[in-house]
Design a protein around this ligand. Sequence first.
Ligand SMILES: Cc1cc2nc3c(=O)[nH]c(=O)nc-3n(C[C@H](O)[C@H](O)[C@H](O)COP(=O)(O)OP(=O)(O)OC[C@H]3O[C@@H](n4cnc5c(N)ncnc54)[C@H](O)[C@@H]3O)c2cc1C
Length: 301
Amino acid sequence: MYDLIIIGGGPAGLTATMYAIRKRLNVLLITKDLGGMTNYHLSLPWAEDYQVIRGLEVVNKFKSELEYLKFARHMDTVEHVEREGEGFAIHTKNSARFEARAIIVATGTRTKRMGVPGEKEFIMRGLCFSALSYAPLFIDKTTAVVGDSDLALRSAAELSTVAKHVTLVGPTQPALDSPMGAKLRRSTNVTIREGYQVVEVQGNGYAERLVVKSPDGAQEVITADGTFVELGLVPNTQMVAGLVELDPEGRVKVDCMARASLPGVFAAGDVTTNYAEQVLIAVGDGAKAALSAYEYLLPSL
Ligand SMILES: Cc1cc2nc3c(=O)[nH]c(=O)nc-3n(C[C@H](O)[C@H](O)[C@H](O)COP(=O)(O)OP(=O)(O)OC[C@H]3O[C@@H](n4cnc5c(N)ncnc54)[C@H](O)[C@@H]3O)c2cc1C
């Protein structure tokens, strides 16, 4: 039986794994990939070489250490975690089964997609998913944001402070009645296309145009240097649903020591209720979860 199994090898899981190794815990990282969302990098025709992802050096260092330490990782998808005695049994897609006395869930989120022609082709080529990260690259540029979520309104508001123009596609009345919606309605450089849907993304190497459809079916073409798809994030928590408390969106509820509702389960990074999806926050969360798990395990080490 392992002392600790960490599920997910993004910034949070990689940091937690390296901390656990330094504490000499018998640890295993089970993950689909190493690096998680940091493997995405936005390409823009006017910004060839830039650094947006703060903390990437730390993530890459941990990633290469883990690539070397083969015994400490297992590349697979965790499907189900169950309570077993004082510990946990972890079942994977490839029918492997592992046991641990404690686990850290660091499985991140996945972005909701539009599912329209052109989306796949232009992902991370002018078509992006994180205004929180990339807004500073759009000073004086023309942008579009797609979505009706709080995240979409927040993204449009942030972009409006730097971009020349923002078109918000798809918000509905309830979202626009919020304080953020009221701010966007007042902004002189924001155009709101209420209830519109994206039909297609077009471009030449990079996304350049959105074909949208109004609620009464009329089509329009919106030109944008960058489009942010902010339909929301889906936490990857299906493997612990029923085991620990989740919030209404499916994030793992954690306290200030990264503890979930069931003793022995810890969580870190975007998958948790902690505020803001950023690499440096996930790195800090991962360190905290590993130290907290170590303290939990210490009496029996
Ligand atoms: C397009 C995009 C661009 C971004 N750009 C920036 C940026 O410039 N700067 C910044 O600070 N932040 C940026 N972010 C946010 C940042 O990438 C995330 O906040 C950060 O990666 C979260 O780390 P994490 O470890 O919590 O989750 P993730 O990075 O999502 O890692 C989750 C890990 O869990 C694994 N996993 C998931 N499910 C399972 C399973 N069932 N079994 C096994 N493994 C599983 C995944 O394969 C992955 O390795 C960006 C996000 C996106 C989507």
